[in-house]
Design a protein around this ligand. Sequence first.
Ligand code: ADP
Length: 477
Amino acid sequence: MSTLYIDGRKVPATGGQSIPVYSPVTGEVYAEIARGMPEDIDLAVKAARSAVNGDWGRMSATERGRILVRIGNGVLANIEELAEIEAKDTGKPIALARKDIEALARYFEFYGGAADKVHGEVIPYLSGYTVSVVREACGVVGHIIPWNYPAQMLGRTIAPALAMGNASIVKPAEDACMTSLRFAEIAAEAGLPAGALNIVTGYGREAGAALAGHPGINLITFTGSPDVGVAIQTAAAVNHVKCVLELGGKCPQVVFADADLDKAVPVIVGAIIQNAGQTCSAGSRVLIQKEVYEDVITRVAAKFREVRVGLPETSPDCGPIITKAQFGRVNQFIQECKDSDLPVIAEGAMDNDLPKGGYYVRPTLFGPVPRDHKLAREEVFGPVLAALSFDDEDDAVALANGTDYGLVASIWSENGARQQRMAKRLEGGQVFINCYGAGGGVELPFGGIRKSGHGREKGLLALDEFSITKTVVSHHG
Ligand code: ADP
């Protein structure tokens, strides 16, 4: 029977209902998960609060860090099993799933090591006073995570929260829960006390909404679509709860005439193809300086045609799209682009004999895309790359920054001064020079502006998000 994980135990959902889980590889039901309800969120909040008020909350930072490091080791010890669960649940290539599990472990190593290195401050103040600023846990944190990188997202959001001594309630995406449920057992075996981590599976509109609007929560983190980000922020506002939101992007890869194309082209294609384009930081727009547009696009197209879509276990470049709903959205987007006579420059190759019901999409490179076209501005969240051209640096900046999003950007140029000028002017949370990707790099602060969200995750900065300061003023004369 499918279960939730609350207070260190596997428990059925209070309503006793379950949700079917579809395999993206075949489109058939292969498992079920428990349908968590608001009552289950209540139970999880109670368990988390007891953990915060109990041994977990009182534990030394060193001991917490040790537990986190042991969790990371536990993940690595089970890497093959976890990667297989992740690949089966999401349809992603097994090699990518393995990297994701490694990243999950890295989050626990990194934040485990950081747990006892968060120092406060002493502020010089009036004579006769000593003032210190200490960092404390927020308390109970709700984490609503998406289906594109279930394992990585889990590590990214709960490892810094636990490092600071918070207790977590995770609502994984209904389409991709399996890894987090198995992970909870590994964390318990590593010594994480009951209640410090709770997993409530279920629908967003039920369990997710109940978590976002729960008065017993002190902080919400969410990664997902901008619309749901608004719903979550609105629900949290009623209780005056802070939100950290990461909501996607339309990330530009800016290629200047002086770029080293041998280096750039494979990375440009990889930045959109990874995880079948279902990556918030996917490099979904390639912006090319006018005088080299034809040359660059010819080379990008040749690489794009080599992209292979196949079964996860054959380690293709792209597996299927993870959910049926997203499969429909990506297909519709591609069809609309074709119907609007947008030129298709290149398509990837589909392996023969892919299961009929699976969610396979042919990767597509469109261009030149007019600046006001939907594909130039809206996130597809699939393996679709838009090519556009620009005149000079000013034009590149206007084009790159000209969407509602601002998450990640890259610059391809061999001119050092230009690299620095562009890095200053491109808007978003990360800029890459002659490289691309936030996927690894647990050490690197990450987050967006505008419709891409707000707050910072990853790196040491995340520890600020998952804690609050208290200023202690002592008058001793
Ligand atoms: P998608 O539509 O592509 O599935 P979402 O942004 O809807 O992406 O989903 C991301 C996460 O948000 C999932 O865990 C989902 O269950 C959850 N979710 C969806 N709607 C809500 C909501 N109204 N309140 C809270 N969580 C939600």
